[in-house]
Design a protein around this ligand. Structure first.
Ligand code: RAM
Length: 346
């Protein structure tokens, strides 16, 4: 295990919340109406979640966390989003939400720049903008709710693959979409960590599955054909790692080519149990959505502006402080393996 015990215990406690959450059967996907509804004393608590794409269990879980929070404080939850995780696929949704006059948009960006003009028009019209999971440039949003420190997310994946391939050999990365802010930041940091700590590991290629299951599956097959000496794949996306695992499971590479990255326990369980995958990492997506919802509320009600040092209450998660560049940090990543995966349900 790669984390200090204290960190793991804290992460476990946080994740236990999501087990309870899923057990209650919370589901995202409502397409509620926009402004007007949900106005409390402090403002228009109509908050819409806009994930990278719909149909991704990771975002289903984060949206469920957002919905739980919004129910707790008496606002109106809605979720809208594109079918495909393309750079400008979110623009038309942002424009519609601006017209509807929602209180806040909580968005995971497919591209750091492509949605900026639309978001700034929303902000000019009085809509608060919180990015979560995948940021835009800092001048297009009020706050970014970051799941975990990017260096930590990069390092945990490098540590896992290094351990799984014995510290030497060729690896490849199967990413999400080519412009994704979060994956691109993590990949750059993974390259730095490889260079600094693992000179015998060579990153031979980065490919993009676009957070689409079939594309990710096909890209996995192509990687293995192109690089006959490949010893491992790192997929820093829940869609990619699940598709790659499905490919490996029935291929000649099962057990011979390591696979790690970021996955949800429910999607990865069968691959961990049958030995296709040894260990992977993630944070708690439900808590991420929950925190993004409370951050939205604090902005709408004027408790915070997104300035460094601002503090706000986030329900069951407690108090959070805004850091430099308007970033709020959820916590630490967590490693899942055959020993613990049975404890999680999301
Ligand atoms: C996918 C998305 C998301 C990312 C996770 C790890 O679901 O790309 O943005 O944070 O993977």
């Amino acid at each position: 295990m790669l984390f200090h015990k204290k960190t793991r215990v804290a992460a476990l406690a946080a994740l236990a919340v999501s087990v309870a959450l899923v057990a209650t059967g919370c589901a995202a996907g409502d397409s509620g109406s926009g402004g007007g509804e949900g106005e409390g004393d402090g403002g228009n608590l109509s908050i819409t979640f806009l994930p990278k794409n719909l149909g991704n269990p990771y975002f289903d879980t984060s949206n469920a966390g957002g919905e739980e929070a919004i129910e707790e404080f008496g606002g109106t939850f809605a979720e809208v989003g594109p079918a495909e995780a393309t750079p400008d696929g979110q623009v038309s949704y942002i424009n519609t939400l601006t017209q509807q006059g929602v209180g806040a948009i909580a968005v995971s960006a497919n591209d750091p720049k492509a949605i900026c003009d639309a978001l700034n028009e929303a902000r000019d019209a009085g809509v608060k903008v919180v990015t979560f999971d995948s940021d835009t440039n800092a001048d297009c949003r009020d706050l970014f709710v970051n799941q975990a420190d990017s260096e930590g997310i990069a390092k945990v994946q490098v540590d896992l693959i290094a351990e799984q391939i014995g510290g030497a050999g060729e690896i490849a990365v199967l990413s999400a979409s080519a412009n994704a802010t979060n994956q691109n930041a993590w990949i750059e940091l993974m390259k730095e960590e490889l260079a600094a700590s693992h000179p015998d590991i060579e990153l031979v290629e980065v490919v993009y599955g676009d957070d689409d299951d079939q594309t990710s599956f096909d890209k996995t097959a192509a990687l293995l054909q192109t690089h006959p000496n490949l010893k491992g794949i790192v997929s820093p996306t829940t869609v990619g790692i699940a598709a790659a695992a499905r490919y490996l499971q029935t291929s000649e590479y099962k057990g011979a080519v390591a696979l790690t990255g970021l996955g949800t326990p429910n999607q990865m369980r069968e691959y961990v149990e049958d030995g296709t995958v040894t260990a992977f990492a993630l944070w708690n997506p439900a808590d991420l959505g929950y925190l993004a919802a409370f951050a939205s509320k604090a902005l709408i009600e004027g408790d915070i502006t997104g300035a460094e040092g601002d503090t706000f209450e986030a329900g069951k998660l407690g108090e959070y402080t805004v850091g430099a560049d308007g970033v709020v940090l959820l916590g630490d990543p967590y490693v899942f393996d055959a020993e613990n995966i049975g404890d999680f349900d999301f």
